[in-house]
Write a protein that binds this ligand. Structure first.
Ligand code: FAD
Ligand code: NAD
Length: 468
């Protein structure tokens, strides 16, 4: 029987990063993945394909709507070739997942293709894809089995017209009218893809605003911009039934006043969150506890009830984000190696890759109010930047919240072009416990979108932005 220092179950961003770090630290490592391609949700049906389609659809929209204003004239009408767009996306995914195979080889990590399940706390049975089965022994195991799309109890996801993100990433035609249940990250990103490609899009959200966990100012700004792009929103609507009637999907919901409202479309994307995935793992055989949300229960070291078994990423509590899973993968590898790693969960940024992008780190204004923290707020509009006018990306703002007494930055919230990249500056500043004045006194290249960060910091420090 093969024996390992560490076995990792699941090859998503949590699992494969954990495996690499274990190997770097000199541990004999194996990784088990049930699918033929590694990379998990993120690389196969999540972050990477969705960003490929967001980029392609953005180019299409620019060609249709914005080339002319830049003085670019095309010889004929711009045509969409959805099949080719999907092929490009598939090839981006293929290149990226192959990259993981390369990294496993490079780090001398043994890989098994099959479903891993516990026989006891040190033995894992692998039902190999080729039909065989094999048991390995592992001193430590890292569970990184991720998540699957969640649904509502009364919805039958038929994968034809009533779909999840997985199907929405490979539609063969552009919907006429896409109904989206859930105005969170997936609903807005994929909604924007199909809106740009010509679909009508209606987002039905249970809460009173879209992206309800982010700062309220961001919800407001993104709603405004997406409404300008002709996306329709029905917030404060509780969906009560979803039915595929053949050519149509009928969604019924009750609004704020308890009145029944009916929506009709040809596709309905259900994007109401994701659920942790532990099916077939036989966690109980190793003494591991799974809570009523389906999450593997872990302590502050991400250790399960079995002291040699850890769990990371979407299958445990916390934000379901690839970079959170990666941080936890490194954390657990270093913990097993006897080191004392640390993760500051407050500094894990959140990004929505719509255009304009939305990015956040730290506390929202609503959270500070609730915690009764005294704070200052400085906000700077993107439209006041020369860079934004040059590119035509004038929507959005940067908002910095800092402690009223010490000026320490407590939260940074952005909407605008390339803010997915700009948020890194805020993370660095907050990691080093910078004050708003520290950021305000640093030189930011001109003309860049990053100047909005400096200006918002000036506004937060003592209300003295230079360009508004
Ligand atoms: P996963 O990536 O889910 O990987 C788990 C792996 O374990 C899977 O490959 C699964 O097959 C395997 N597995 C499960 N059980 C077993 C078993 N018993 N034996 C063997 N293998 C098993 N996050 C971001 O940060 N940025 C984004 O832009 C972003 N975009 C997204 C877009 C979409 C459409 C979706 C759906 C998600 C997106 N996410 C994004 C979320 C991100 O994909 C997840 O947070 C991330 O993949 C979680 O990583 P993980 O390693 O915990 O699990
Ligand atoms: P989400 O939690 O972001 O959004 C779900 C939305 O559905 C919420 O706004 C919620 O209020 C709403 N909702 C819940 N029940 C509802 C109901 N009955 N009727 C109407 N609305 C309802 O989840 P998601 O968009 O499905 O994404 C799943 C996970 O994947 C998230 O945790 C997210 O972090 C991750 N993800 C991240 C990115 C990114 O980082 N850019 C992109 C896609 C997905």
């Amino acid at each position: 029987m093969s024996t390992y220092d560490v076995a990792v179950i699941g090859s998503g961003p949590g699992g494969y990063v954990a495996a690499i770090r274990c190997a770097q630290l000199g541990m004999k490592t194996a990784i088990i993945e049930k699918y033929s391609t590694k990379g998990g949700t993120c690389l196969n049906v999540g972050c990477i394909p969705s960003k490929a389609l967001l980029d392609s659809s953005h180019h299409y929209e620019d060609a249709v709507k914005h080339f002319e204003e830049h003085g670019i004239e095309l010889p004929g009408e711009v045509k969409l070739n959805l099949e080719k767009m999907m092929e490009r996306k598939a090839s981006v995914v293929e290149q990226t997942t192959k990259g993981i195979d390369f990294l496993m080889d490079k780090n001398k990590i043994d890989t098994f293709e099959g479903v891993g399940s516990f026989e006891d706390k040190t033995h894992i049975k692998i039902d190999l894809t080729d039909g065989d089965s094999k048991t390995i022994e592992a001193k430590h195991t890292i569970i990184a089995t991720g998540s699957k799309p969640a649904s509502l109890p009364f919805i039958d996801i038929d994968k034809e017209r009533i779909i999840t993100s997985t199907e929405a990433l490979k539609l063969k035609k552009v919907p006429k009218h896409m109904l989206i249940i859930g105005g969170g990250v997936i609903g807005l990103e994929l909604g924007q893809v199909y809106k740009r490609l010509g679909a009508d899009v209606t987002v039905i959200e249970y809460m009173d605003r879209i992206i309800p966990t982010m700062d309220k100012a961001q919800s407001k700004e993104l709603t405004k911009v997406m409404k300008k792009q002709k996306t329709k929103f029905a917030v404060s609507h509780k969906v009560t039934s979803v039915e595929n009637t053949g050519d149509e999907v009928v969604v019924k919901a009750t609004d704020k006043k308890d009145k029944e409202v009916e929506f009709k479309g040809d596709y309905c994307l259900v994007s109401v969150g994701r659920r942790p995935y532990t099916d077939g793992l036989n966690a109980d055989k190793a003494g591991i506890k799974v809570n009523d949300k389906g999450q593997v229960e872990v302590n502050e070291h991400l250790q399960t009830a079995a002291d040699n078994i850890y769990a990371i990423g979407d299958v445990v509590k916390g934000a379901m984000l690839a970079h959170k899973a990666e941080e936890e993968g490194v954390f657990v590898a270093e913990t097993i190696a006897g080191q004392k790693p640390h993760i500051d969960y407050n500094l894990i940024p959140g990004v929505v890759y719509t255009w304009p992008e939305v990015a956040s780190v730290g506390k929202t204004e609503e959270e500070l109010k609730e915690a009764k923290v005294e704070y200052k707020s400085g906000q700077f509009p993107m439209r006041a930047l020369g860079r934004s006018r040059a590119s035509g990306d004038t929507d959005g703002f940067v908002k910095i919240l800092s402690d009223k007494k010490t000026d320490e930055v407590l939260g940074v919230h952005m909407v605008g072009a390339r803010v997915a990249d700009l948020i890194a500056e805020a993370v660095v500043a907050m990691e080093y416990r910078a004050s708003a004045e520290d950021i305000a006194r640093m030189s930011h290249a001109h003309p860049t979108y990053a100047e909005a960060v400096k200006e918002a910091a000036l506004a937060a420090t003592d209300n003295r932005p230079l360009h508004t």
